[in-house]
Design a protein around this ligand. Structure first.
Ligand code: FES
Length: 164
């Protein structure tokens, strides 16, 4: 074989190896990128805070009661007429978790003392606005609360109440 033909074969082989190496590297980087994305993306457990949470059967919520749903970090407040509100436990002042005080029938923030009614309205500050709400759907008799969509409000309005 002439020397010129050998060089053509060599160049051709180099090109093939280079192409195969390039494709392998691209595939490896693609897999690495995909794995990194999966590792870094926020994990929202199905049925937990940040997703739709089943609070229970609608008929289980009795008028004038407040029930805490830990997995969703909210309260179901059942108003005197049976209407439901899903109140985020997060204080609208600086974000502390606000416990329900059954003895006083009020939410009282342990951090700076804001007080809220069972509708989430501010009785006394420093909280600047009512507790945020989450949308409620009643599906098959179950109360489903979408904790991915907090609703900020300036005051209580009857249109915020979900009827069973
Ligand atoms: S965080 Fe609740 S009153 Fe300040």
């Amino acid at each position: 074989m002439a020397r010129g033909q050998q060089e053509k074969h060599l160049i051709s082989r180099r090109q093939i190896f280079g192409t195969v190496w390039g494709i392998s590297l691209a595939a490896l980087l693609g897999q690495f990128g995909s794995a990194l994305f999966e590792y870094l993306k926020p994990r929202i457990p199905a049925g937990g805070f940040g997703s739709k949470v089943t609070a229970g059967l609608a008929k289980e919520f009795k008028p004038n009661t407040v029930s805490y749903v830990q997995s969703g970090r909210f309260y179901i407040s059942c108003l005197p007429d049976g209407g439901l509100l899903a109140l985020w436990q997060r204080c609208t002042h600086l974000g502390c978790a606000v416990p329900w005080r059954k003895d006083k029938k009020l939410f009282i923030c342990p951090c700076h003392g804001s007080v809220f009614t069972p509708k989430g309205e501010v009785v006394s500050g420093p909280a600047p606005r009512p507790l945020d709400l989450f949308p409620i759907q009643i599906i098959g008799g179950e109360v489903i609360v979408d904790t991915s969509q907090p609703i900020r409000r300036d005051k209580f309005d009857i249109s915020q109440v979900t009827r069973v």
